[in-house]
Design a protein around this ligand. Structure first.
Ligand code: TXA
Ligand code: MG
Length: 319
């Protein structure tokens, strides 16, 4: 990381420009969270509907009250346990916050990312950076700088390099603005870890109105190539139904002879390694000229929740 690049990027943010930067989850498309024209440019660059709020990234828990009305004991506990890290807290917002950041909701999403480049940028800039994932709306999030260029090249002012993202999937989002904490999006911090720190269970997304966390829409985090999920029992059937060439993403080592007509792409068995590889793999497969991607379903265990959620959305909820 070069200090001059951080300084340049911070100055671009101060001038209302857009800077893509690495975080431990995925790359973000950053703008000054107090500059409405910068915020509008973020929506435009991503082609993102105006009713999808942005997460504000901050450097320190000392900044929380700049954005949130109050920091409850639960918020304090989670911030202490997981920040900097892949967790976003949704809190009641201060009335002074631009409604463009929060998409006119009365809450704001806040997070301290755990990446040296992101933290250096936040410190050099000295304010909150609104940053959605640096991809076109509904598409796969970028996990390296090259992917940011593919998604947004020409629409942003600067890209900070930071290598491949260690987590590879977006942050876990917890809504603490209501009586009972709600898991709005599974992500880098496991649900069980949050529950253990809070000492209570989380409500889950299916009980929440759809607009609350728009990443909940079916078809999101999606490759452009048609994508379906399979289990061992329906793979043959899908292979017969779908047009070749077909790419198969599987955790299995062996290759059944009947699959020889398809390209087998081996995914890691380890859950963290799988998360880190997923978007990179989807992006690579998307560039090749497959007519269809078939992805083996992942285990039912809770540690796979975030991956299962992204796979479901990548396939648009198609069975
Ligand atoms: O890991 C991440 O969270 C990455 C990195 C860049 O920090 N960011 C990210 O941002 O994934 P984005 O905009 O792609 O997804 C943020 C999600 C959206 O589904 C948005 O609706 C939700 O967070 N969100 C943001 N503010 C919210 C709020 N006040 N209430 C409910 N949901 C909110
Ligand atoms: Mg996103």
């Amino acid at each position: 990381m070069k200090f001059t690049e951080i300084k340049t990027a911070a100055q671009i943010l101060r001038n209302g420009g857009l800077v893509a930067f690495p975080t431990e989850t995925v790359y973000g498309l950053g703008g000054d969270a107090t500059n409405e024209s910068a915020l509008l440019r973020i929506y435009k660059a991503k082609n993102r509907p105006a009713n999808h709020p942005l997460i504000v990234h901050i450097a320190s828990t000392k900044d929380l009250l700049t954005w949130a009305q109050e920091v409850s004991p639960k918020a304090k506990k989670l911030a202490e346990a997981f920040w900097p890290g892949p967790l976003t807290l949704v809190l009641k917002k201060r009335s002074s916050i631009s409604p463009i950041v929060t998409a006119h909701q009365d809450t704001i999403g806040l997070r301290i990312p755990n990446h040296p480049v992101a933290l250096a940028l936040l410190n050099a800039f000295g304010g909150g950076i609104a940053a959605p994932s640096a991809n076109q709306f509904t598409h796969v999030s970028p996990t390296d700088a090259q992917a940011v260029q593919e998604e947004l090249g020409g629409k942003i002012d600067y890209v900070l390099e930071g290598g491949a993202c260690a987590v590879g999937l977006e942050s876990t989002i917890i809504d603490l603005s209501t009586e009972k904490p709600i898991l709005l999006r599974p992500g880098g911090v496991p649900k069980a870890a949050v529950e253990s720190v809070l000492g209570e269970s989380l409500h889950t997304m299916n009980k929440v109105p759809a607009m609350r966390a728009p990443g909940m829409h079916l078809l999101h985090y999606a490759p452009r190539t048609r994508t379906r999920l399979y289990t061992a029992s329906n793979l043959e059937e899908l292979l017969n139904e779908e047009e070749a060439p077909i790419a198969i993403l599987t955790r299995k080592d062996y290759c059944n002879a009947s699959l020889l007509s398809a390209e087998i792409i081996k995914m890691p068995n380890d859950v963290n390694a799988y998360a880190q590889a997923l978007y990179r793999t989807l992006r690579a497969v998307d560039k090749a000229n497959y007519k269809q991607i078939l992805i083996e379903r992942v285990p039912d265990e809770s540690e796979w929740d975030a991956i299962r959620d992204r796979l479901m959305k990548a396939s648009g909820g198609r069975k």
